[in-house]
Design a protein around this ligand. Structure first.
Ligand SMILES: Nc1ncnc2c1ncn2[C@@H]1O[C@H](COP(=O)(O)OP(=O)(O)OP(=O)(O)O)[C@@H](O)[C@H]1O
Length: 513
């Protein structure tokens, strides 16, 4: 929203123009002008007040509606328009804040005519607001399945959903079915077993753990190839909220936390579009298949994530606190790390064909125990974990690692801007970070302090390596340490993974690249 004193737009740009009164007000007269991109509100001079002009951009508009006055004698036609523009808050950070304006049309003597004026404005604004950006793939009044983990974060997810999200969904004319999870794996079983065609998108309000359940539940379905394309959406309701922070970032919004992040993400849910989401297919030595949308961590980062669970009451600060605690007693882990980089070709197929074309031939038939043939996602860059990695892979020999992190989105937490090079959900890269025991405590502290703003990538940190890869393998040489996938603990054993570019789908702002 901008206030200015510029001259009115050229009349050829103006689609609708009329005079209204502002509600509630003492009959303040306004001249409204609607162009393809904005609603201009011009107040007329009154008393000592000079005329002002306000511009409300339709890209920020999530809904509008008409209504009649409560008094039957009131001949006015009313309409309300709701915007969520990015506005400066304290500390010079911009975040989305609600701006609602109600106008009364009263030029005609009859209520029907004034209501007709209000309806014309609402229909035109709605149409123009919907048209902003790319064509939208969801219906006009979509129906979402909303999964809320009441124990997520500090245990306030349901309360926050009711207080902040429901009003936005109602203003945007979004319908939803709410399911409050009662136990772990309930969401996973639901999306695995239910008919998903009833919902246009699956919205998860929790941390990253619940969306991990949903991704894996979708991939367990016999029709996973179709199911994994169901648009997902994330609302921050946990303590980590890495995917929510990444979506917020890709949508051109500044890094914020708490309710501000929730409102930003609720806006993206209503105005964003389904975008391709990278999925990394992981296989463990025990042949367990895990699908990951965010990260695999071993060593320092997963230690902090899991060991700081006991400080959960602190909210997201628990990670910073846990980092300081772990720095005082640094651990190292013996293991071997192998990877294949961007430019390397697979033995059998051109790498770009595999990773850049999600619909390419990346599925293979697997006969299940019941004899049914089910096609599984094929990891064409990987050989079985029992065999050595292909000769063209790079191997970091059995070193003492302090941390290994494979990250595919920009954020590892709401204030951990760990991979600033990532610009959207579906770039097709695994960003592999590792540090060996040669890294000093001072360097590690510097790394975590500068990660909030993403400046750790600006200067070289000795013994911290970053390499974008398409596939990797981690072989712990002792069964020690914590390993996490998307923040969830898995047994610490040899594991390998390959990225599948844009296999999934998540609501975000359209990609910039
Ligand atoms: N009603 C429930 N009761 C207990 N656990 C649940 C319930 N619903 C979901 N879970 C489980 O809680 C775990 C943690 O959820 P999630 O990661 O979404 O929240 P969080 O831990 O607060 O967030 P973050 O991962 O960002 O710290 C998940 O593994 C999920 O399976």
């Amino acid at each position: 929203m901008e206030k200015h004193h510029e001259p009115l737009k050229a009349s050829s740009d103006v689609l609708l123009s009329d005079t209204f009164t502002l509600v509630p007000s003492e009959g303040l007269l306004l001249s409204l002008q609607l162009t393809k991109t904005e609603l201009q509100v011009h107040s007329q001079p009154s008393g000592h007040h000079a005329p002002t002009s306000t511009r409300l951009f339709l890209t920020d508009c999530i809904g509008c509606r008409t209504f009649k006055g409560k008094d039957p004698a009131d001949i006015g036609g009313y309409f309300t328009v709701v915007f969520y523009p990015l506005m400066m808050g304290k500390g010079s950070t911009a975040y989305r804040q609600r701006v609602s304006r109600t106008f009364r049309a009263g030029t005609f003597q009859g209520r029907d005519q004034n209501m007709q004026v209000a309806r014309t404005w609402v229909q035109t604004i709605q149409q123009l607001a919907d048209q902003q950006g790319e064509p939208y793939f969801l219906p006009t009044s979509p129906h979402f399945l909303v999964l809320v983990n009441p124990h997520g974060g500090t245990g306030k997810a349901l309360e926050l959903f009711q207080k902040h999200v429901i009003p936005i969904l109602m203003e945007a004319d979004v319908h939803f079915t709410l399911l409050v999870t009662e136990r772990p794996n309930q969401a996973r079983e639901l999306v695995r077993d239910q008919d998903l065609s009833r919902w246009d998108a699956i919205v998860v309000m929790s941390g990253d753990g619940l969306i991990f359940e949903v991704v894996n539940g979708l991939m367990e379905r016999p029709d996973w190839m179709v199911a994994i394309k169901k648009p997902l959406a994330i609302l921050p309701g946990g303590s980590g909220n890495a995917l929510a922070a990444s979506v917020n970032h890709y949508s051109g919004q500044q890094q914020v936390m708490g309710t501000k992040l929730l409102i930003n993400c609720s806006f993206v849910l209503c105005k964003g579009q389904p975008q391709p989401l990278d999925i990394v297919s992981l296989t463990t030595l025990s042949e367990k298949r895990i699908y990951s949308f965010l990260s695999l961590a071993w060593g320092f980062i997963s230690d902090v994530d899991i060991e700081s669970e006991k400080y959960r009451f602190m909210g997201s600060i628990r990670f910073s606190f846990g980092t300081l605690v772990r720095l005082t007693a640094l651990r190292t882990y013996r293991g071997r790390l192998s990877y294949v980089k961007d430019s390397t070709l697979s033995k059998t197929k051109d790498l770009d064909t595999i990773t850049n074309n999600p619909s390419s031939d990346n599925k293979c038939p697997v006969i299940q125990t019941d004899g049914v043939v089910k096609e599984e996602l094929e990891d064409s860059l990987l050989v079985p974990l029992g065999q050595p990695v292909p000769s063209h892979w790079t191997v970091v020999q059995e070193d003492e690692f302090v941390l290994v992190l494979a990250l595919y989105q920009s954020h590892l937490g709401a204030d951990l801007y760990t991979a600033p090079m990532v610009q959207n959900l579906g770039e097709g890269n695994i960003h592999l970070f590792y540090a060996t025991s040669r890294i000093s405590r001072g360097s590690l502290l510097k790394l975590f302090l500068s990660m909030e703003k993403g400046t750790h990538m600006d200067t070289e940190i000795a013994h911290l390596v970053h390499v974008p890869v398409k596939a990797f393998r981690i072989e712990p040489l002792q069964n020690t340490g914590i390993m996490t996938v998307d923040g969830e603990v898995i047994p610490c054993e040899p594991i390998q993974g390959q990225i599948h570019r844009g296999l999934g789908c998540c609501i975000s702002a359209p990609s910039k690249t």
